[in-house]
Ligand binder design. Structure first.
Ligand code: LMR
Length: 399
């Protein structure tokens, strides 16, 4: 029976890392997948996480199953990190958080929940978006549509188009927004624009769905909650998928969270009973270790302070690499004004390179970036920036 199965194409992002690994070129550069690298090109274990790991090891008494939604201590820590400890959503008990294997795991559980419990809803995705978004909803059987988010002419937010699209979306549909550091464009609404988008979403009777994978990589851990908090209205519903891959450097531990907010505690208890069914039929209950690390860091004053500094260092290094990248593009004579790259936020630069130029970078220079032209700025170093910009100059000039 297997002989009739056709091969699937490689993944739009992780498939590039597979190709990168197979590439024999000694000078190859991987700027595809969103993984932070330090100035030496290594993806470090954060010191706060390393120390938390020692504490976890010392106090761990069992490796028995966790509850279906994971540990309550982790859920409380995640809610406090996103909403703030005294926030009405937390105090009223109208939010429920489940620990999921990574942000992708939380997206899939949320998608299964939408398919089962909100079967008439369409999920509206930003155009462009992370290539895995449409795949996840399709795999769960949830219909998706797109709304314009990015304006290629200004390299900025297509705010008026997004607002106009929201005003046309059918009530009862779900609208996805990226909590900060929009993937792939790096363009976020301003605080004022968040308020206006949130007003429109609320007035239209849409369910906001926030993908929040880069908290701390735009302006700061607290500042990056501006969009999330704009969407928290009295009695209003919300879905948030968060990931700690990037801000804790816990990529391989797969630590994410799914938070749903309902009108009141009784409603969220019912909703959470359905989420538990989605989890149980998917991976049963989550793996413990990564969430233990996050809970330990967030619950220990010294480690938390150290972690916040480490996140700031990663953020500052990426900001620095953005400026260096733009300066080096100019120095290498790349035609055009690339200063917009310094206004983008988070790990990625939406460079404007065409699919043909991206392909030429790979074929001729062993430089791997995503087909949309998305470059992982967090992978640029002082050592590789020169070669990168020379290669971009050559492909842009068509030489
Ligand atoms: C990315 O966009 O590169 C990251 O979110 C990693 C992934 O799983 O695609």
């Amino acid at each position: 029976m297997f002989e009739q199965i056709q091969p699937a194409p490689r993944d739009a992002i992780l498939g590039l890392t597979e190709s990168f690994r197979e590439d024999p070129s000694p000078n190859k550069i991987n700027l595809s997948v969103g993984v932070y690298q330090d100035s030496t090109g290594k993806t470090p274990i954060l010191e706060s996480v390393r120390r938390a790991g020692q504490l976890v090891l010392e106090r761990q008494k069992t490796m028995s199953y966790l509850p279906i939604p994971g540990s309550p201590a982790y859920a409380a820590a995640v809610q406090q990190l996103m909403f703030g400890a005294g926030h009405e959503v937390v105090v009223s008990g109208r939010a429920a958080t489940s620990h999921t294997p990574g942000g992708t795991g939380s997206l899939r559980v949320a998608a299964d929940f939408i398919r089962q419990q909100l079967p008439k809803a369409t999920v509206w995705l930003t155009q462009p978006t992370w290539p895995n978004h449409p795949q996840i909803f399709a795999a769960a059987g949830v219909p998706t549509k797109s709304y314009t988010y990015f304006d290629a002419k200004t390299n900025g937010l297509a705010f008026d188009e997004a607002l106009a699209a929201i005003q046309q979306m059918p009530a009862g549909d779900v609208i996805m927004l990226h909590g900060c550091c929009h993937n792939p464009s790096g363009i976020d609404p301003t605080p004022d624009q968040w308020q206006r988008l949130a007003d429109a979403i609320h007035d239209r009777g849409l369910l906001p769905f926030l993908d929040f994978a880069y908290q701390g990589f735009a302006d700061g851990i607290e500042d990056d909650c501006v969009g999330l908090r704009a969407l928290c209205r009295p009695g209003a519903e919300l879905i948030v998928c968060s990931s700690f891959s990037k801000n804790f450097g816990l990529y391989c531990e797969r630590v994410g969270a799914l938070t749903l907010v309902a009108k009141d505690k009784a409603t969220i208890d019912t909703v959470q009973s359905q989420i538990k069914v989605c989890i149980r039929t998917n991976y049963s209950n989550p793996p413990a270790h990564g969430a233990e690390l996050v809970t330990t860091v967030l619950g220990n004053a010294e480690l938390r302070c150290m972690w916040e500094e480490e996140v700031a260092q990663m953020r500052d290094r990426i900001h620095g690499m953005r400026s260096l990248f733009v300066k080096t593009l100019q120095a290498k004579g790349v035609p055009g004004d690339y200063s917009f790259i310094t206004r983008q936020r988070g790990m990625f630069s939406f460079s404007g390179l065409t699919p043909e130029q991206v392909e030429a970078l790979k074929q001729k220079y062993a430089i791997y970036i995503v087909g949309s032209g998305r470059i992982n700025v967090a992978g640029i170093t002082e050592q590789n920036v020169g070669r990168l910009c020379e290669a971009i100059a050559a492909v842009v000039k068509g030489t």
